[in-house]
Every structure is written in structure tokens, then in C-alpha cells.
Design a binder for this molecule. Structure first.
Ligand code: ADP
Ligand code: MG
Length: 621
């Protein structure tokens, strides 16, 4: 193990390194720095995020450029604005004793003239995102014809983001004989192609195994019905009271939706995606960095720049389309020597992807169960007990102690402890008391909501499907009908599900236990002067369309109505949709989905209609 000094760095840099508090080089630094200092060579360096790659190319570049010259000699390309700023910042710190050094950041979303002015003052090093860089070149606002060192940082990410052509274009304006240093976490084929195309017999260093995610991260997956995805997410959060996490969704819309739902349900969450303004994104990132936000819901693209070190969990709310992307997601945790957990909430139809991911990351997933309600109550209770145990006493309380003591004069210590903990425990207990098991067995025969009832436990037949002779013609859509049924039958919001409204009739499900109650209630019930007839249906309400009464025909009338369009479209994808597919159901023109368990803010056990948060509320940090 060498020191920075032994690697050959000069005093200006060593002093800055001391200031930064770096005591010894990281592995990639130890390997890359001597090569880059001593050889005029191209280099491919593969190392996970958080391994100190910036300094691995930053120190040598700072040492090798001529600071007395105003010519631009170093160019660092990075995929996002956030990373660009971060690298610029690091370079400035590394070079703080290099007198006359000027490092300039070039990125989109900010004044191009200001950036051009800074470059004009003489920037020895430019750190840029490809898009803006290309723009500046074509407007002749930068001159990179004398570049000696070019760095492609996070090369895999840049290529992922479609910057291949921009990079090619930019590099065509640089001298043939420059050195190119490519840094990447993974080595997909495109990166190898780029390396071949732009580099001359590059030296190669690898830290850890290629394409392997860090061993600091353990990988877990949870198999649930699609419609239970959101509930599963909440349980994972509740089972980890000190969670500080990034939650990945596939689309911007899902990202926004999940974040909104979490916020409504009382979690400290925020959304990060490309439809937000730069300012909004900056604010969210700031709150996340300060840990005011515990759960950051993000798209893959937006999360590229996230360099927060203390992330405890990465949650794959949905798997990425490109399984390679999984490595980038999971690499957001387990940084800076810490351990982290990458969790995947997976439905039956995608579970096979887990195997492919295992091959890529060369690590095994552990299949785990979504904790049940009582486990969560216990975790919360013990977490509170530990917190109390570790709490420093605030003696401002002393002056109130007499009155408090009087109040508890007759309570034993035992009683007092029980009461005290009940304050918190009861809230979770009431919420989770009757909660369902969300796990499904690997071999079971479910297709995202095809399971009757989909409650997640018991057999296929633990719910009953009914036919009811009211429908859209009577002014119902699925949500109105569900509300109506809940009201008249005095059931909770989870007790009526798979409501499907047709033109003149509808279907819905309840658990078997309430079947007698449902049938009994509707033996003699009139709605707006008409007898409402409810019968047990043979339509299983899932994949197969064998509605006895629907006769298999689509009655796609009144296309403007949500349910008609949904049910009348004959589009199996729409019908299958579970709670996960906001975008899917939106696309089909439906605000929601009859089989979805969308968290709504109504109290699940009351008919009062009073809104309440869909979780045991509690203030967070
Ligand atoms: P990467 O680019 O590989 O993802 P970074 O260069 O962003 O990693 O470094 C990750 C973090 O580690 C940064 O906060 C950086 O300041 C810190 N770091 C880098 N090198 C060292 C070192 N030798 N000792 C301690 N911390 C370091
Ligand atoms: Mg980096």
C-alpha cells in the first residue's frame, strides 16, 4: 500500500490532499495515478462508483498540464450537469494550491455566454457535458484543438444516455496525439467499441471484477402481485425505520405518482425526474442531501448524478428495461466503504429477469418476504426503544417533572413503560393489525392481478366475484360503485375490489367471509326505485373473459367513459394492470384501474368519508 507521495504527486497536490483529509490512495488511484503520471498513454479504468475515480484522473491531469499557459489542455466529459459540477468542484479543491489554475464547467441549462466568458479568460481544464460542449464547439466558443488529455468519465453512463454521437463529434475536434483516459463502472459492448475507436493500445486497469457491483451491496428480491407493489414499498420502508433510500421507477409518470402517494401517506419523500425544472430538481437534491427527504423516487436518467454517500437502500420499484442499468441503480448504495441493500420488488411476470441480473452482477439475490404487519410493529417498537435508550436527557424537562410525577404517582415502572410505548405502538398496530400477507410463492400461477382477490395469501378462491345489475347507465364508474358498495355494506376500502363497470351491469369481488352478508343485504335493496340484484358470478375477474352475462361481447359503447373504454377495449394489457401501471392505465384513457389498490386517502375502516393518512403517521427527522 503506497502513500500519495509515493505515487509521485507534487507538493501542491499533496498539500491539498492533506486538507481534504485523504490519508491513503484508493485502489483505483493507486493503480491509475503512476501510469498516468509516468506514461503518455491511453487508459481504460474500470471501477465502481464511489471508488475515487475523479482523483484518479484529476491528480495526474493537474500535475501534467502547464498552469502558466492559458491554453485549454484538459477536457473531461461527464454525463450530467450534476456530475459535471461535482467534478469541477473536486478539481478546484485538488488544485487549490496550483496558482493560476482555472477549471471551467460547461453544461446545459445555464447561460452559454457566461460559460464562454469564463473559457475565454483561459481555462486549462474544461469539464463538460457532451450536449453543451458540442454546442459551444459549433459556435466556436471553445477551442479544444490543443487538448493533450481527454477524460471520458462514467463512459458507460454517457453511452447509455445516447451521447455516443456527441462524443464522437467532440473528439474529432481534438488532436490525434492526445491521451484519452476512459473511466467507467461497467464495460458493456458500446464502451469497448468506443475504446477501440478512439484509443491507441490503451493500458487497462480493473478494480474489482468487470461489471460487478460492489460487494458492499447485498441484493434482495420480493415477489408480489403487481397490484400490491405500492403496499410492498410502504412495508419495506416501515420495516426499516431509518431508511435513506433511492427508489427507482421506470417512467417519469410513475416516479411522480409514487412520490406523491408516499407524501400523501405521510412519508418524507420527493420526486426526481426530467419533467421537473432544474430548480425543482436542485431543491429536491438539496433536501435529500440534508436527509430531510428519506425516500427519493427517481428515474434512471435523473438519478445519474446522485453522489450521496449514506444511502442505506436502493429500491427497484420496477426493474429497469435494460437489465444492465441495475448495476448503476444498486451502485447508489454501498458507497464510501459503507454497506447497502438493493431491493427489487418484482412481479411474477418479471421474476426471471432476476436470474439475468445475477449473471451480470455475478452475485446472488436473496429472495425475501415482505414483512408482515406484526414484524413491522416489532421493528418500529424496538427502534423506538433503542432511540429512547440512546437519547440524551434534556434537563429543561426537570422543571415539569413534579407535575408529571404527580400524574403517574400510582403507576409502576412496568405500567409506565407499557403506556409510553403504546403511544407509538398502537398506531402501527391499528394500521397493520389486519394486514395481509403480500408475498406470493414462486411457483404459483399468478399473472399480475389474475389471482382472484389478489390478496396475496390463501388459495385462488378466497374471494368471491359478484354480478350486480347496475352499471354505467346508472351513473356508476368503478370508483363510484366501489364507494357505494363500501357504504351500503359497511366495508373497508380493501374489502371491495376488482370492480368492473359495464354499461348496464357490473362485477366486483369481496373476501369469502363477507359473502353471506353481501348476498343477504341485496335480497331486498332498492337503488333509485329499482331493485338491485347481486349474484355470485362465474366470471373470475381475471385473465379469462368468460363472463356469463357479458357473453364475451365487448359492449364498448360510450367510449368517453373511463370504464367503458377500459373494459370495452378488449385490450388485455389494460385489464391486467395492477397498481403498478399508472402510465399504462393512463395511456388507455383510464384514470385508474378497477383491480388496483391505489392508496387513496380514505380511512380503510370507516364510512365517515373523513380523509386520513394511509399510514400510521409520525413525524420524521
Ligand atoms: P467515483 O467517481 O469513483 O464514483 P468519486 O471520485 O466521486 O468516486 O469519489 C467518491 C468520494 O470519495 C468523494 O467524496 C471523494 O472526495 C472521496 N475520496 C476520493 N478519494 C479518496 C481517498 N483517497 N480517501 C478518502 N476519500 C476519498
Ligand atoms: Mg465519478
Amino acid at each position: 500500500m503506497s502513500t500519495f507521495q509515493e505515487l509521485g504527486l507534487n507538493n501542491d497536490l499533496l498539500q491539498a490532499i492533506t486538507d481534504l483529509g485523504f490519508t491513503k490512495p484508493s485502489e483505483v488511484q493507486e493503480k491509475a495515478i503512476p501510469i498516468l503520471l509516468n506514461d503518455e498513454t491511453d487508459l481504460v479504468a474500470l471501477a465502481q462508483t464511489g471508488t475515487g475515480k475523479t482523483a484518479a484522473f484529476g491528480f495526474p491531469m493537474l500535475q501534467k498540464i502547464d498552469i502558466d499557459s492559458r491554453t485549454t489542455q484538459g477536457l473531461i466529459l461527464s454525463p450530467t450537469r450534476e456530475l459535471c459540477l461535482q467534478i469541477t468542484n473536486e478539481m478546484k479543491q485538488y488544485g487549490k494550491y496550483c496558482k493560476g489554475l482555472n477549471v471551467v464547467a460547461i453544461y446545459g441549462g445555464s447561460s452559454i455566454t457566461d460559460q464562454a466568458r469564463e473559457v475565454k479568460r483561459g481555462a486549462q481544464i474544461i469539464v463538460a457535458t457532451p450536449g453543451r460542449m458540442k454546442d459551444m464547439i459549433s459556435r466556436r466558443l471553445v477551442d479544444i484543438s490543443k487538448i493533450q488529455y481527454s477524460v471520458l468519465d462514467e463512459a458507460d453512463e454517457m453511452l447509455n444516455m445516447g451521447f455516443k454521437e456527441d462524443i464522437t463529434d467532440i473528439l474529432s475536434h481534438t488532436p490525434e496525439d492526445k491521451n484519452t483516459w476512459l473511466f467507467s463502472a461497467t464495460m458493456p459492448r458500446e464502451v469497448a467499441t468506443i475504446a477501440k475507436k478512439f484509443m491507441h493500445s490503451p493500458q487497462e486497469i480493473t478494480v474489482g471484477n468487470k461489471n460487478e457491483s460492489t460487494n458492499n451491496v447485498s441484493h434482495e428480491y420480493y415477489l408480489v402481485n403487481s397490484r400490491d407493489r405500492y403496499q410492498a414499498l410502504k412495508r419495506l420502508a416501515d420495516a426499516n425505520p431509518d431508511i435513506f433510500s433511492v427508489i427507482f421507477c421506470r417512467t417519469k409518470r410513475d416516479t411522480q405518482k409514487v412520490a406523491e402517494n408516499l407524501i400523501e401517506d405521510g412519508y418524507s419523500a420527493g420526486a426526481l425526474h426530467g419533467d421537473l425544472s432544474q430548480n425543482q430538481r436542485d431543491l429536491v437534491m438539496k433536501s435529500f442531501r440534508n436527509q430531510q427527504i428519506q425516500m427519493l423516487v427517481a428515474t434512471d436518467v435523473a438519478a445519474r448524478g446522485i453522489d450521496v454517500d449514506d444511502i442505506t437502500h436502493v429500491i427497484n420499484y420496477q426493474l429497469p428495461d435494460e437489465i444492465e442499468t441495475y448495476t448503476h441503480r444498486s451502485g447508489r448504495t454501498g458507497r464510501a466503504g459503507k454497506t447497502g441493500i438493493s431491493m427489487v420488488i418484482v412481479s411474477k411476470s418479471e421474476v426471471r429477469k432476476i436470474k439475468s441480473i445475477e449473471r451480470i452482477i455475478k452475485q446472488q439475490f436473496e429472495k425475501k418476504d415482505i414483512p408482515d404487519g406484526m414484524e413491522i410493529c416489532e421493528v418500529q417498537l424496538m427502534s423506538l426503544a433503542n432511540k429512547i435508550h440512546n437519547t440524551e436527557i434534556n434537563h429543561e424537562i426537570d422543571k415539569y417533572l413534579t407535575s408529571i410525577n404527580t400524574l403517574f404517582e400510582d403507576s409502576t415502572k412496568d405500567e409506565l413503560i407499557k403506556k409510553f410505548f403504546s403511544v407509538e405502538f398502537t398506531r402501527f398496530y391499528n394500521y397493520y393489525n389486519k394486514s395481509k400477507n403480500l408475498n406470493i410463492a414462486e411457483g404459483s400461477f399468478d399473472r399480475d392481478g389474475g389471482r382472484e382477490g389478489g390478496r396475496g395469501f390463501g388459495s385462488k378462491n378466497d374471494s368471491t366475484r359478484y354480478f350486480i345489475n347496475v352499471g354505467a347507465k346508472d351513473g356508476f364508474d368503478w370508483m363510484k360503485l366501489k364507494d357505494f358498495l363500501k357504504d351500503v355494506l359497511q366495508l373497508g376500502r380493501d374489502d371491495v375490489f376488482k370492480v368492473e363497470v359495464k354499461d348496464s351491469f357490473s362485477f366486483f369481488n369481496t373476501e369469502n367471509e363477507v359473502k353471506e352478508k353481501v348476498l343477504a343485504f341485496f335480497t331486498d335493496y332498492k337503488h333509485e326505485g329499482r331493485f338491485v340484484n347481486v349474484e355470485v358470478s362465474e366470471n373470475r375477474g381475471g385473465g379469462k373473459r368468460n363472463d356469463r352475462r357479458g357473453g364475451g361481447k365487448r359492449d364498448g359503447r360510450g367510449g368517453g367513459r373511463r370504464d367503458d373504454r377500459k373494459n370495452g377495449s378488449g385490450n388485455r394489457n389494460d385489464r391486467r394492470g395492477g397498481g403498478d401501471s399508472y402510465s399504462k392505465s393512463r395511456r388507455s384513457g383510464s384514470d385508474s384501474n378497477s383491480s388496483s389498490d391505489r392508496p387513496r386517502r380514505s380511512d380503510s375502516n370507516s364510512n365517515s368519508g373523513k380523509p386520513s393518512f394511509d399510514r400510521p403517521r409520525r413525524s420524521r427527522r
